[in-house]
Design a protein around this ligand. Sequence first.
Ligand SMILES: [Fe+2]
Length: 358
Amino acid sequence: MVVTGSRSFEASGRLGWLLERLRTGSADCLHSRVKGEPSPEMIDDAAAAGRRAGCDMVIAVGGGSVIDAGKAVSAMILQEHPVERYIEGRKDFIGHDGRKVPFIAVPTTSGTGSEATNNSVISRVGPDGFKRSLRHPAFVPDVAVIDPELICTAPKALTVASGMDALTQLIEAWVSPFASSFTDLLAFSGLEYFCRSFLRVCSDGADDSTVRGEVAYASFLSGIVLCNAGLGIVHGFASSIGGTFDIPHGVLCATLLAEVTRENILQLRLFGCGQRALSKYAAVGRLLSQRPELSDAGACDMLVETLAHWQHELDVPRLGNFGIGMEHIAHLAAITRSKSNPIELNPESLRKILVARL
Ligand SMILES: [Fe+2]
C-alpha cells in the first residue's frame, strides 16, 4: 500500500512514476490517499482495505500526518480490534503487541521527525476530542528515505510551520529532565544544522537541496531525541489544544514556542532550582543569535527575543486566528500536561502563555 496526502506528490508526476515502477517490479499495489491529520476512522478504513487486498508492506510519502497515517496503517493491518483500543489513554486500552507489516517512511516536509519515532499521533478533533499516540518500539519505520529533492517543493507556510515543530522538538528534548548525554549530542547537533539553514529554506534557499537537506537532517534528529528524552509543555498544548481545535501541529508549535520559553525561563529563575536548564537555554540563545560572547542570563533573554522575532518575521498565525478566545483559556490550561518540561508550570503560567498568543 502506498499512502500519500494532498495532490502535490501526484501533481509532480512522482506518484505515477512510483506506482509504475512498483508494478513493473511485479508488486501489486494499492494507493490510499489521506487528508489532514489521521483520525481513528481513517486508519481503520485504510487498514481494512489493506487487509482485504493482502498488503504486506506500507510506504508513506508525504508530510508528518501522512507518515503518521502510514505508520498506523502498517501497525493495524495484522490486528483485530479498531485502532482506538490501542491508543494511549483511550477507553478499554489494550497494549499493542508490535505485530505489523514493514513500513517505509518518505517525508516530503521537515518537521515532525515521524520518520524516526516509535509513535503515530491520532486525533478526533472537537469539544470532547483527543490527540494521543499509538506507540510501540516496533513502530519506528523499518526504512526512512530522506531525500531533500522531495522537500524542495514544500510551500513557505508549510516549511515555516514544520520547521518550527522540529526546532521545538530539539529544544524541548535538549532541556528535558530526561535528557541524556546521548540525546544531548544529537539534539545540539540538530540545533546547529537547523540554525544554519532554517531561515534560508524560508527565503532564498527554498530550492537548494543542500540547505533543505540540513533542515531535514535536523528534523530527523528531532524525532530520535523526542523518543528518548520526551517533550515539554509546547507539546502538552499541542495535545490539549490540537484535540479541541483544528490547528495544524506545526502552527501550534510555531505560535507557542517563544512564549513558553519566556515563561519557562522566568519560572526557572524565580525558583532558583534550574541552573542546568537555564544554561542549556543559554547555549541555544547563543547559537540562534550567533552571539557566542553572551553571558547565560543575556543569552536566555536573547533566545526569547530571537524566537519572538522569528515568529513575527515568518508571519506565524496567532491562536485567535483559529477561533480560540478568552472563554477557552481556563479549560485548555486545565487539561494541559507535560511530564518532561524543565519546570512544572502552574495553571496561572499556562493561562498567561495562551493569553499572550490570542
Ligand atoms: Fe511536534
